[in-house]
Design a protein around this ligand. Structure first.
Ligand code: FES
Length: 353
């Protein structure tokens, strides 16, 4: 890839010619704030928070969308740039209900962070919140469109990463909002609840419902682990408060296999962990009743029954059915056990049913 040389805030930067100004600045450890930009998503250049001054250009340019050019001279922190960024944030604050005191995302909100970074002390314009009702139509995702800044990250995540195509921009001008088909609540839409939209939302517009009031962001300890639901091996973070898992998040920087994406089970199906009905020991049916047993006793009983059946009816009287949800290694061991130890090829897989 051809390289170009440019100057950002007086610093000489050599970067690939297909990079944007924002990417070149990040490479040189020069901070430019962003809102609609997300490294995992296609660029939209919608929010204009990342504007910079480029010498020779009359207007400010969105650094996340502007490609670099050889000899370019960029200024990221001039008074003109900062004034423009403040205006964007002032307008966003006026156009919604950004009450951090009552917000689940307090402490991890990118808009809150940006207002602080830009030294915004008070609301410059009268607040004109759209007054949307909160969408609590499902058990997993809460939507408060009064906190939405229309950055479109959720739309791109849904349509271009997960390709579920459930949400998009709807209506026009001041009435614009993110909608499902026919503007239905999430619970009645064809949303599959992968939660990709929640994972990229920069504000408190989309939050995990089950985590509400169960721990502030700074109280949660993140424990990286591998999802147990299937053999793909998705990487995720269990968010733990007081020894209890209250939320599951993901991080695109963990890379393969899932690059931060999860399915509904991986992201929201964690209530089994602390469920009182969860089985913690094997159960053996004894005179019609299930009773708790040790692993040793349970496995001993299964081995004994297998031997009895094999002796009486031959090995082909036994059959094993395994699962696509197991890892390759587990499935390999399973068939090996049936073929090698029990002596039958009667092994099948739920994915073929
Ligand atoms: Fe560049 Fe929004 S981050 S326009």
């Amino acid at each position: 890839m051809a390289q170009v040389k440019l100057k950002i805030d007086g610093k000489e930067v050599v970067t690939a010619s297909d990079n944007t100004i924002l990417m070149a600045a990040r490479q040189a450890k020069i901070h430019i704030p962003t809102l609609c930009y997300h490294p995992r998503l296609p660029i939209s250049g919608a929010c204009r928070v990342c504007v910079v001054e480029v010498e020779g250009r009359p207007a400010l340019v969105a650094s996340c969308a502007m490609p670099v050019a050889d000899g370019m001279v960029v200024h990221t922190k001039t008074e003109r740039v900062l004034r423009a960024r403040r205006l964007v944030v002032d307008l966003l604050l006026a156009g919604g209900d950004h009450n951090c005191l009552l917000c689940q995302s307090n402490g991890v909100c990118e808009l809150q962070e940006l207002a602080y970074e830009l030294g915004i002390e008070s609301f410059r314009f009268p607040i004109d919140s759209p007054g949307h009702p909160r969408d609590t139509s499902n058990a997993m995702i809460e939507r408060d469109l009064n906190k939405c800044i229309l950055c479109g990250r959720c739309v791109r995540a849904c349509n271009e990463v997960q390709v579920n195509e459930v949400i998009d921009f709807g209506f026009r001008g001041g009435k614009s909002k993110i909608v499902t088909a026919w503007d239905l609540p999430y619970g009645e839409s064809n949303c599959v609840f992968c939660g990709e939209c929640v994972s990229v939302c920069p504000t408190g517009a989309l939050t995990e419902r089950q985590a509400k009031f169960r721990g502030r962001p700074w109280e949660l300890k993140k424990v990286r682990t591998t999802c147990t639901y299937c053999g793909v091996g998705c990487q995720l973070d269990l968010n733990v408060a007081d020894g209890k898992v209250v939320k599951v998040t993901s991080d695109y920087r963990y890379g393969p296999p899932n690059f931060g994406s999860l399915c509904v089970k991986g992201r929201f199906g964690y209530d089994f962990i602390h469920h009182p009905d969860r089985l913690k020991t094997p159960l053996i049916r004894d005179k019609g009743e299930l009773r708790e047993a040790s692993w040793e006793e349970a496995l001993g009983l299964v081995a004994k029954k297998f031997s009895e059946i094999k002796e009486k009816h031959g090995p082909d009287a036994l059959a094993g059915l395994t699962s696509a949800r197991c890892t390759n290694e587990e499935n390999y061991l399973f068939q090996k056990f049936f073929r090698g130890a029990l002596g039958t090829n009667n092994v099948d897989h739920c994915a073929r049913l």
